[in-house]
Design a protein around this ligand. Structure first.
Ligand code: MN
Length: 243
C-alpha cells in the first residue's frame, strides 16, 4: 500500500509525526506537508504564484519527506502529481478537533477532500485539545485501531475521523453535526493601541445524538463518512417551479 501523508499544522507538528509513523505500519509512506501552519485555510489552492517543494530528511529519518510552500490542498495535488499511484491520502493528525461546521474551513479535511477530487481516497484525522499536552504514544494505538477498520475499504471515499484526547476505546460511525453557531468578531487593541479583531465561533445548540460532536464528547472515536456533493436533493425533488 502506498500512502501520502499530509496535514495543515505544518511539517513540524507532532501530530504529523504520529500519523506518519502509524501509517508506516500499513505501507510505504511519503510525507508532503506545508512548510508553515495552514490551519483554517479550508480548500484554498495557490493559483497566483508557483509552488516549490524541498526534501526534508531531518524530520523522519526513514520516511521520504518534503515541505511545500503551499496549502494543504496544494500538498495533495503536488504529491499525487509527483509520486503517483497512491492507494490513500491521510491528513493530520490535526491538533484540534474538526467537528460539525469545522468541515467548511478545516485545512485538514480539505486535504483529504482534495485527494477525492484527484480520484484517491482521503481520510482526515484530528484530536481534541484539552488542558494537557496530547500523549501521542497513547493516541497512536487508537489511530492504528481506527485506521485498521477503514484503510482497506473501497468506499466511502472521504472520511473524517476525530479522536477525543483520552479515547475510551469505542469507535463509532457518526453524522456531521449541523447546528447553529454564534460567530462573533471580538474587537480589542494591540500593545501599540491599534485595533485588532478575534474571530470566534461557538456552537449554540447541544450535540445531536449520533453526531460527531456527540461521540467525541462521550470519549468515543468518531468516523464520519462524507460526500463531495452538497446539493439539496430533497429540494430538487420537490418539483418547485421557476418562472
Ligand atoms: Mn490545524
Amino acid at each position: 500500500m502506498k500512502i501520502l501523508v499530509t496535514n495543515d499544522d505544518g511539517l513540524y507538528s507532532p501530530g504529523l509525526a504520529c500519523l506518519a509513523k502509524v501509517a508506516s505500519s500499513f505501507g510505504k509512506v511519503i510525507v508532503m506537508a506545508p512548510d508553515i501552519e495552514q490551519s483554517s485555510m479550508g480548500h484554498a489552492i495557490t493559483a497566483n504564484r508557483p509552488i516549490t517543494y524541498k526534501t526534508s530528511p531531518i524530520i523522519f529519518e526513514d520516511i521520504e519527506t518534503y515541505r511545500v510552500n503551499g496549502t494543504p490542498a496544494d500538498c495533495v495535488a503536488m504529491g499525487i502529481h509527483l509520486f503517483k499511484d497512491f492507494d490513500i491520502v491521510l491528513s493530520g493528525i490535526n491538533m484540534g478537533a474538526n467537528l460539525g461546521n469545522s468541515a467548511w474551513h478545516s485545512g485538514t479535511l480539505s486535504a483529504a477532500r482534495q485527494a477525492v477530487l484527484f480520484k484517491q481516497r482521503g481520510i482526515a484525522l484530528s484530536v481534541s485539545l484539552g488542558e494537557n499536552e496530547i500523549d501521542f504514544d497513547n493516541l497512536s494505538t487508537y489511530v492504528h485501531k481506527a485506521l485498521s477498520n477503514v484503510i482497506n475499504l473501497n468506499k466511502p471515499e472521504l472520511l473524517n475521523i476525530n479522536f477525543p484526547q483520552l479515547p475510551n476505546g469505542e469507535i463509532t460511525w457518526t453524522k456531521q453535526s449541523v447546528q447553529h453557531y454564534d460567530g462573533k468578531v471580538v474587537a480589542s487593541k494591540d500593545p501599540m493601541g491599534r485595533n485588532h479583531y478575534w474571530f470566534t465561533v461557538i456552537p449554540i445548540d447541544g450535540e445531536e445524538e449520533g453526531s460527531d460532536r456527540w461521540a467525541v464528547k462521550r470519549g468515543k472515536i468518531s468516523i464520519t463518512p462524507m460526500l463531495l456533493d452538497l446539493t439539496d436533493k430533497q429540494f430538487l425533488g420537490s418539483e418547485m417551479s421557476i418562472h
